[in-house]
Design a protein around this ligand. Structure first.
Ligand code: TRP
Length: 321
């Protein structure tokens, strides 16, 4: 069973990304056939600065490797190192109904926000379908926001198969149940667009300030807090602290006597410790950019071997050979 997912390099990763997407994806690598790529072609619609794209792409590679992606177990590459995906985009795009693309939420949302639409934004779901179909993918684990893109991929695959014969594996979606909805600094879902994020990696002082700045209610430390489990710092602590430590702090907050300042201090400490090994590993990797480049290149070679075979199948089926 082949699992594949793409990561768009358009920002700095935060702990919501980590617990919601990265950790579950990295756990899947133990199962064998896992494919992860950095979707730099997709970033073209959001990032228009070359240096920025380069930096985000390198950053994502470091983040994922530091957080435990093992290139011996999973195939990890940069999308543009397998440019066959663009050719497949054309082949399947020529069968993709305009109506299907016009109904895409992400396209409609962006144009509604006043972003002037371009071909890339419109064709985004076709490129994403090509990413998936090019590798005979069985399962695509994604967040809820990508559900429609997956349905479009299935529609496109089915239509191509009906037109030209059984070329593509029709993938299953696997929508990640939001087991780990990570609250942000303001209590809403942690998201770059809400500006409420705690980054996985970053400057210690800045991050301590962010955590110590979490706004709490005005009850005194002595007051018992029967709603302790709803406290934002407690919720975050449960993600990054050993279970007994989180349980102890929750009990103390409930009973009264634990001040919010002390709670947040503990949260920062546990958060910093949780990512300490990854932080060290990231620093080592960052000091050896040649190694990271080689890892991605080897990944691209493995990915490309599959991609060329599938593309060949698709070309032949539609009479381009
Ligand atoms: N569109 C996805 C996102 O924004 C990223 C992505 C690109 C992707 N290609 C993919 C995800 C293929 C899964 C499969 O999150």
């Amino acid at each position: 069973m082949r699992v594949l997912t793409g990561i768009t390099p358009s920002g700095t990763l935060h702990i919501g990304n980590y617990f919601g997407a990265m950790r579950p994806a990295i756990e899947l690598q133990e199962g064998g056939d896992s494919f992860y790529f950095i979707a730099d072609y997709h970033s073209m619609t959001v990032v228009t600065d070359a240096a920025e794209r380069r930096a985000y792409t390198e950053g994502i590679a470091l983040d994922w490797l530091a957080c435990g992606l093992d290139p011996q177990k999973a195939v990890f590459w940069c999308q543009s190192d397998v440019p066959e995906v663009c050719e497949l985009t054309w082949l399947i795009g020529s069968l993709t109904p305009m109506g299907l693309l016009e109904r895409a939420h992400s396209y409609k949302d962006k144009t509604a926000k006043g972003i002037s639409p371009n071909f890339g934004l419109f064709a985004y779901p076709v490129l994403m379908a090509a990413d998936i179909l090019l590798f005979d993918t069985n399962v695509v684990p994604v967040g809820r926001d990508q559900k429609q893109h997956l349905e479009m991929t299935r529609d496109i695959a089915i239509k191509f198969n009906q037109t030209y014969g059984e070329v593509f594996v029709v993938p299953e979606e696997r929508i990640r149940d939001e087991v780990a909805v990570v609250p942000g600094l303001d209590g809403q879902k942690m998201s770059k667009s809400y500006g409420n994020t705690i980054e996985i990696f970053g400057d210690e002082k800045v991050l301590r300030k962010k955590i110590m700045g979490i706004v709490m209610d005005s009850r005194t430390p002595a007051e018992p807090k029967p709603d302790a489990e709803k406290n934002l710092a407690i919720q975050l602590l449960k993600l990054v602290a050993p279970a007994d430590v989180a349980a102890d702090f929750e009990a103390r907050l409930r009973a009264g006597g634990l001040g919010y300042g002390d709670l947040k201090k503990k949260l920062f400490e546990c958060y910093w410790e949780y990512f300490a090994a990854a932080r060290r590993r990231r620093a080592e990797l960052a000091a050896d950019p040649g190694h990271v480049r080689a890892v991605l290149q080897q990944g691209a070679e493995r990915a490309r071997a599959i991609a060329t075979a599938v593309l060949q199948r698709a070309r032949r089926a539609c009479g381009i050979d």
